[in-house]
Design a protein around this ligand. Sequence first.
Ligand code: ADP
Ligand code: MG
Length: 398
Amino acid sequence: MTFEEIADSLLEGSKSSGCPFYEKYEPYEILGRGLCSVVRKCVEKTTKTPYAVKIIDLTRKDNLQATEQREAGYNEIRLLKQCSDHPYIITLHEAFETPAFLFLVFELCPNGELFDLLTQKVRLSEKRARVIMRQLLESIAFLHSKGIMHRDIKCENILLSDSCDIRLSDFGFATVYDKNVIYKELLGTPGYLSPEMLKANSYENQPSYGLAIDMWACGVVLYTLIAGSPPFYNRKTIYMLRDIMNGKYTFSGAEWEDVSSECKELVERMLCVDPTKRITAHEALQQRFLQSTDTVQIRTAVSRVKSVFHAIRAIIRMRRLSRTPQPICKQTLSTKPYKHKALRKLIDSSAYNLYGHWVQRTDEQNRAALFQCFLKPHQAPSLKRRHRLLSDSQLTSQ
Ligand code: ADP
Ligand code: MG
């Protein structure tokens, strides 16, 4: 039996035994999965409002024991309740529990994960990345002001609301930082782990890690958004972890060529190996890259002026269209120059200028002969050809 089949049969059990979640909500499709949780869309029966429910399985033996798992779930609920008012942190609507499951009902983020957006776009513009990073750092500054360490900041845990604002989610590893506790636990996702967490976990006599680990993960997020690939990656995880501990990454790819120095500077200050020198969320929000609303506004104003200018020019051109001569292609010009009235006039007058002395000014018949287009015996080259030669020479002279 797969995990989902077991979960579904247990869920059926909780349905029939009158679980309050199922009395109030109708579950729908799966939105995402974790190690011991499934997230589904659900709809509140009375209000028809859609939500997302995280169903934590407390019966899995290969993970934490049920009591530990339940404690972890309670911890997640407790922390979420402290932060749910923040605009960029996911709102926990309500929670239910049964002997086998915990149900956490969240606001629904219909635009999915930031990770999906990045997969779709490959890289984000600095402007888009700036908006996302500002919201992310505001949520981190808020968490850190409450002493909460998230410990699992990554693109998969940053969700997008219907207006595409971020919602920081997944507080499964979050904890309230206590300076009397020595943190050495290795938690999170390999590419986002900080050097001090790796060192604390791998070597003796290393200091405890702290809130700064979240800022390192933010640096990984910003780098990934701009470059479209993570700063630390190696197929062999051990080499990747070594690079993280040495802070070895580069801005050498072509994707970094047009990136502003302000953006690179912020990445560098977040991916600083020494956690005591690493920028804090509050300081990061004051950085030029994130403060450049003025530049954005100026750029917006400039682009607006440009758009107005283009629109006016287009209107003027369209108005003039009836009066402006039609464009002539080069081939028509060389094969049928006489087809166009304006050109016809030009050719005729040029021909007259050249050969006018052949005819008497008053001799209308001879004048007409000058413009004849058929060959007369011993007349070479033809007038038509001369016209062609003339039009060619005009073309090249233009
Ligand atoms: P886990 O702790 O198991 O990683 P998460 O809380 O991160 O659980 O949820 C797993 C996935 O479910 C997320 O990465 C996301 O794709 C989806 N998900 C979670 N919460 C929501 C939500 N409120 N709206 C939409 N999708 C969600
Ligand atoms: Mg997650």
